[in-house]
Design a protein around this ligand. Structure first.
Ligand SMILES: Nc1ncnc2c1ncn2[C@@H]1O[C@H](COP(=O)(O)OP(=O)(O)OP(=O)(O)O)[C@@H](O)[C@H]1O
Length: 627
């Protein structure tokens, strides 16, 4: 296994059954979703309260304007009296202006609060994602995780902040309009309100199907992003292996699922809208019929009937939006489920952080020890490491090798404390790593992964890698020692050349040398190299050995490798098999023992002439010398 994620095989798409975006089988309720995300409004709740107050003021202003309209109709229009016009008209204008100002403040404050919530939620999920162990990323597709951080985060906002604001606005409008309608004519109001359960019933009928279709839509969105992301990452292989058509089919499959969900979702929403419109029309006709009868009996004036109709007309949008809000909230639970899947995944290790005293010296000495380590991966009871013990001291070069699946990369993951052992301990300078702050531990171990990690930044910044106390001179010095200075200088913008992950114009060997320069700048006492020569040809591999040697000087260097050419000069070689340390010694000692190491060594094809078993015992293979 590579410590930093799986390699995509060029000739086959990721197995859908393993990596496809799962739809959670235990849907969570709107209330539970709301409760889980409500704490994130902390700090902004007073603004939410203010928004609700402003929404109430807007609703009152709207109610008053409709009542003033009734007064104008009865006194100015019906009587044909201009003098009766001015006072209510002036009042109407004043209330309308106040309502407009308050409405504007309410909307802008609502957007501000909603966006702050989105920002906070995204940061929270992102920060949690960064604490999750490597196996989480092996089991989830990157594209889908991206979708969760974008689309799903916004869906939660619709449930929590916009949900509250929308509900408050709709409730206040409903309350004031309904109160005014009752005040104008309670009989008419009663007849109209009797129809409200019908709206409720229609909303209930649509909730379930809309929720299901929305969950399918969110999952399909995640799958599309995942397929696009994977295809773009592997675009060279896609083209080289003529897989364009297969990739298009893969995308089309996901797009079809989204298409179906989107069409069905829109149809359902539209059907709901139309049904509600029909119900509204029925209500209006009932009002007009009953109103005509009330006017004929003198129970209501024309102005009051018009105002009543206006109130009822204004009452439907908030009632509808309450129903709509229910649907939006239901749809948002699909996003909530997907985000909670991330947030509920516990990190495999906890940082003792401030609860333990950080060692007095910032830089560790670099003594590494594994003491009787047993380990199995979460969710897989099969033991991966069994009773493993070894030590490595500064200045020592330790090579860890063994057949595929022996547990070498797992050991590296334990050294960096991505996981804790089931029993036994990993120690740095005699202290168990779970008793050290994670930042301290990882500052003192530099990992050189198989694929150099490149940040989208200049080469200078890539070498500095976040260290602000380095000067260009330090960086150049490190690049010289890493044998990278000359090729960097030859680039059009030298150290200011911008490189990007996956699109870097640099060769594998050049990238490795940049990684070595970065490690030099980092100056950690422990070096952990994961297959440093994989993917490099013999010359490129040979070329990085000098810089690696300079880097390793005085440090504890642990090299995980299949490339036994690197093992010949090691101070000690540990051979792992099925999680056990089966052999330990120098190259010569292990060859003499004729055990697993000798078998692995003999099976190694020569880099020089391509023949198998070309190395004579005790010979240095392929002319690559570590020291
Ligand atoms: N995330 C994981 N969940 C469960 N099992 C895992 C996980 N990662 C690795 N394993 C298993 O742990 C065992 C050791 O894997 P590891 O990657 O450490 O071996 P390795 O010696 O580094 O192999 P290779 O040389 O092929 O990289 C293997 O059986 C592997 O299938």
């Amino acid at each position: 296994m590579r410590l930093l994620g799986p390699l995509a095989r060029p000739d086959e798409p990721p197995p859908e059954s393993v990596t496809d975006v799962p739809i959670r089988t235990d849907p969570i309720s709107v209330v539970r979703s709301f409760r889980r995300f409500w704490p994130l409004t902390y700090g902004d709740r007073r603004w939410l309260l203010l928004i609700c107050v402003l929404a109430a003021v807007t609703a009152v202003a709207e109610t008053i304007t409709i009542l003033l309209f009734a007064e104008l109709t009865d006194n100015a229009l019906q009587q044909g009296s201009v003098s009766a016009f001015w006072k209510p008209a002036g009042q109407w204008l004043t209330v309308a202006v106040i309502g407009a100002i308050v409405g504007y403040l309410c909307s802008s404050l609502a957007v501000w609060t909603a966006e702050r919530f989105v920002m906070r939620l995204r940061a929270r999920v992102f920060s949690h994602l960064q604490t999750l162990p490597p196996h989480f990323y092996q089991r989830n597709r990157r594209g889908d995780l991206v979708e969760r951080l974008t689309g799903d985060v916004e869906a939660i906002e619709a449930l929590v902040v916009s949900g509250i604001v929308g509900a408050a606005t709709a409730l206040f409008n409903t309350f004031f309009y309904a109160a005014a309608a009752v005040w104008l004519s309670w009989k008419l109001a009663l007849a109209t309100f009797a129809m409200i359960p019908l709206f409720y019933l229609v909303t209930r009928v649509f909730t379930g199907p809309l929720r299901a279709v929305s969950r399918r839509g969110r999952a399909a969105d995640g799958a599309i992003t995942a397929v696009v992301e994977e295809t773009l990452v592997n675009v060279v292989m896609t083209q080289a292996y003529n897989r364009q058509h297969d990739e298009e089919e893969r995308l089309l499959g996901k797009a079809r699922a989204r298409f179906k969900a989107a069409v069905r979702g829109t149809r359902l929403a539209e059907l709901y809208e139309q049904l509600v419109e029909v119900l509204e029309t029925v209500c209006v006709l009932v009002i007009i019929g009953l109103g005509a009868w009330q006017i004929s009996t003198g129970g209501i004036t024309l102005g009051q009937l018009l105002a009543f109709a206006a109130f009822i007309g204004s009452l439907y949008p908030p009632i509808r939006s309450l129903g709509q809000l229910g649907l939006t909230a239901t749809a948002a639970t699909a996003g909530a489920e997907r985000l909670l899947e991330i947030l509920d995944t516990e990190p495999t290790v906890t940082d003792p952080g401030a609860s333990v005293a950080a060692p007095a010296r910032r830089r560790a000495v670099g003594e590494v020890e594994a003491r009787q380590v047993d380990f199995h991966y979460p969710g897989n009871p099969e033991p991966v490491l069994r009773g493993l013990s070894f030590t490595a001291v500064p200045g020592e070069l330790l090579v860890i090798t063994g057949p595929s699946g022996a547990g070498k990369s797992t050991l590296a993951a334990l050294l960096l404390r991505f996981y804790d052992p089931d029993s036994g301990s990993i120690r740095l300078d005699g202290t168990s790593v779970d008793q050290l702050p994670l930042t301290y531990l990882r500052r003192n171990i530099t990992l050189l992964p198989q694929d150099t990690l490149v940040l989208h930044d200049t080469i200078e910044q890539n070498i500095a890698c976040g260290r602000t106390d380095t000067t260009l001179r330090d960086i150049e010095e490190a690049a010289r020692a890493a044998d990278a200075h000359d090729f960097i200088r030859a680039l059009p913008d030298g150290y200011n050349t911008v490189v990007s992950p996956g699109t870097s114009r640099l060769s594998g060997g050049q990238l490795q040398r940049i990684a070595i320069a970065r490690a030099m700048v980092r100056d950690a006492p422990v070096l952990l190299l994961d297959e440093p020569t994989t993917g490099l040809d013999a010359l490129a591999a040979q070329r990085i050995l000098g810089p690696l040697r300079r880097l390793a000087e005085g440090r504890t260097t642990i090299v995980i490798t299949h490339d036994l050419a690197l093992a010949t000069d090691a101070d000690r070689i540990l051979v792992l098999d099925e999680g056990r340390l089966v052999e330990s010694g120098t190259h010569t000692q292990l060859l003499d023992r004729s055990g697993l190491y000798a078998t692995l060594f003999d099976a190694k094809p020569s880099r020089r002439n391509g023949t198998v078993n070309a190395y004579a015992k005790h010979a240095r293979p392929s002319g690559i010398h570590w020291r």
